[in-house]
Design a protein around this ligand. Sequence first.
Ligand code: COA
Length: 187
Amino acid sequence: MVFREQDTHALHNEPMYDPELLKKLDFSQSPTKFNPPVTAVNPGENLLVRPLCRADYEKGRYAEMNACKNTYFITVIEDTITNRIIGAATLVIEQKFIHGCAVRGRLEDVVVNDTYRGKQLGKLIVATVELLARQLNCYKLTLDCKDDLIPFYENLGYELQPGNSNYMSMRFQNQSPKLFKMLRSKL
Ligand SMILES: CC(C)(COP(=O)(O)OP(=O)(O)OC[C@H]1O[C@@H](n2cnc3c(N)ncnc32)[C@H](O)[C@@H]1OP(=O)(O)O)[C@@H](O)C(=O)NCCC(=O)NCCS
């Protein structure tokens, strides 16, 4: 089992969402297949899949994100030997005004520390977010990625949407975090 007492020091410090949610995920429902089998509850020796916790941040951002109720579900993989986070992914829940006020999930910021890559952890964190999104009643989960990662996500069950696979953005060069904070404090 994964949430052993000795592994849960950070969980005592305000998890971003209820860790019980991870225990309920049914990995047989995910199109992702693992060999050898792993789940969020059994991610592998000395690994722990858990929500991001207040203790993971010294200050600031965690509280701001956590104040947005039912919006940010950041899940991390911790190496319980070094107590370091070695993988993470963010599920952002977007409340829709259309679609009968449904909720849509967005998968963001998927990353595995480069020394831990090639051990199914990328697959595991993405499958965990997918099952979380299902559990939270999202009607779909979407992501954008660089071209060379399309096979990675296709293998996990994601599909390019014909006629709707163009990622567009507008970057605001002068919007530094400091400036953003100052502007926001004036709102
Ligand atoms: C992409 C990333 C999360 C994959 O993590 P990982 O732990 O190495 O992935 P896994 O071990 O679970 O690999 C699962 C499968 O995907 C394949 N894969 C891994 N990285 C891949 C890549 N960059 N492109 C294509 N396939 C990839 C693996 O070969 C493996 O295939 P298999 O199941 O047939 O053996 C990791 O390389 C990473 O953090 N990259 C930098 C950040 C990034 O690009 N994030 C994605 C933002 S959209």
